[in-house]
Design a binder for this molecule. Structure first.
Ligand SMILES: *[C@@H]1O[C@H](CO)[C@@H](O)[C@H](O)[C@H]1NC(C)=O
Ligand SMILES: *[C@@H]1O[C@H](CO)[C@@H](O)[C@H](O)[C@H]1NC(C)=O
Length: 446
């Protein structure tokens, strides 16, 4: 029995691999949200849209969407954006619509930041993410929607974020910068085949959403652009992200759920988040959970991830006062190259929205499996720092090989207040994870 099992799994693995190659079969997000065909189509030019890069198209977008919302054609309506550069202020989407960007279509955010509308802070944050009070509405916004698609032939949504980044750098931002695309309280969202460029802040932010698919997207922002996270599923469930390239100034994908007393009170977790076949580079983390995790984060599954020229490969981060939980996180099949730290799990990063947090609200971290991770030019293998009064448990490292900058080995792991197991990990992991009787911690994850 004990001999046959590995053989079976090897055969199964080879078979699956062969099957992928021969039939082009891949596990995908399909099925989470059905793709919609829209019979009814309108073009932004029907509403006076001009793609000359100078004309302000705010009225055209708002009128087109108003028409889609109120005519309510059976099966929804597709709004076509032909090739050209369409400058506009922010606008709201509506349910049962597809925003379709043709090849060469660019929807470009105005640089007149003083015209930008404000919206209320998110209840799970209690204030703007970077400034107290309200926050600027996302460039493309959806609240309380269902059945919305943003797609096309790889047209571009350009946030022209430079002006916002400079306001942040100069410290004269009045409110929290706008996200590029945000959906709130929505379900049945597909974002595919679009390029996102130069977001003022986070790029794609589904918050209080369910059933969201993001695939075949390219997200670009300069390495030094502040807080330009790629995709941040936040207090959302059934989110599937795949086949995308992301290179920005902050985390590529960061799963969140509000912070401190606000997130704890709101209590909405992020769960069932799938991330696969994502490649990219970030001065911070490739795949991140946190640090805002007060509503809890569970059932995150990331695989086939390539991270290069980055700060951290996989980063799980929370805080004293944050409460919530992080559990059942699996990250596997990761390749990293030229990364400062391979894996970092931190119990107290130390940032808070205000001083009202409860220092006894400790996060609960249990069941993190990291397996089949290969790295070259990794300066530091990793660190896992749990909390003294809330140690991290069931942390499983399996088949991890992180090569250093010069020799075959990077400096050793650093751990505290953590228990779990490590199997075939090089450089050899910290003592807390390496005792053989602990290897049971890995068992329930295979
Ligand atoms: C867009 O949505 C926001 C938030 O739901 C709302 O405050 C705002 O009035 C809407 N703007 C327009 C032009 O409909
Ligand atoms: C758009 O980009 C995606 C992802 O890079 C690519 O797979 C797809 O073939 C492109 N589609 C078109 C129509 O060019």
């Amino acid at each position: 029995m004990f001999r046959i099992q590995p053989l079976v799994s090897v055969l199964l693995c080879c078979f699956t691999f062969w099957f992928h190659i021969s039939f082009g079969y891949l596990i995908t997000c399909s099925g989470i949200v059905p793709m919609r065909y829209r019979n009814d189509k309108v073009s932004i030019t029907d509403f006076g849209g001009v793609g000359d890069g100078k004309t302000l198209n705010t009225k055209a977008f708002r009128e087109a969407i108003y028409r889609i919302q109120h005519l309510r054609r059976r099966g929804g309506t597709l709004l076509y954006v032909p090739p050209g550069v369409y400058l506009t202020e922010s606008f709201n989407l509506t349910s049962h619509m597809t925003l379709y960007l043709a090849r060469g279509a660019v929807i470009k955010a105005t640089q007149d930041t003083w015209t930008w509308p404000l919206v209320a802070p998110l209840p799970s944050y209690g204030r703007g993410r970077e400034r107290p009070g309200g926050r600027y509405m996302s460039f493309i916004h959806g609240d309380g929607l269902r059945d919305v698609v943003i797609t096309g032939e790889n047209g571009t949504i350009d946030g022209q974020g430079g002006i916002w980044w400079n306001m942040w750098r100069q410290g004269n931002l009045q409110f929290t910068r706008p996200n590029l695309v945000e959906f709130m309280n929505s379900r049945g969202i597909i974002i595919s085949n679009v390029i996102f460029k130069n977001s003022p802040f986070w790029n794609i932010h589904p918050v209080y959403c369910s059933n969201v698919v993001i695939r075949y997207v390219t997200i670009l922002a300069p390495t030094d652009s502040p807080n330009t996270d790629g995709i941040d599923p936040d207090s959302s469930s059934n989110v599937c992200i795949e086949d995308s390239f992301i290179s920005t100034g902050d985390d590529l994908v960061a799963v969140k759920s509000g912070w401190d007393e606000y997130g704890i009170a709101y209590g909405r977790p992020s769960s069932h988040i799938t991330i696969r076949r994502v490649t990219g580079s970030s001065p911070f983390a490739g795949i991140a959970v946190g640090s805002e995790t007060s509503g809890g984060v569970e059932h995150v599954f990331a695989e086939n991830i390539v991270i290069y020229n980055s700060g951290i490969g996989v980063n799980i981060k929370t805080n004293i006062g944050r409460g919530g939980f992080i559990k059942n996180i699996t990250v596997s099949q990761v390749f990293m190259e030229n990364v400062r730290t391979g894996i970092k799990i931190t119990g107290d990063t130390g940032d808070h929205p205000d001083n009202q947090f409860n220092p006894n609200a400790l996060p609960y971290v249990k069941g993190v499996t990291l397996k089949n991770i290969w790295g070259v030019k990794v300066q530091k293998a990793g660190s896992i720092q749990g909390l003294k009064n809330a140690p991290f448990t069931n942390i499983c490292l399996s088949k991890i090989n992180l090569h250093g900058m010069t020799g075959p080995r990077s400096p050793p792991w650093k751990c505290s207040d953590v228990s779990g197991a490590a199997i075939e990990v090089s450089p050899s992991p910290c003592a807390q994870l390496s005792s053989p009787q602990q290897s049971g911690s890995c068992a329930n994850h295979f």
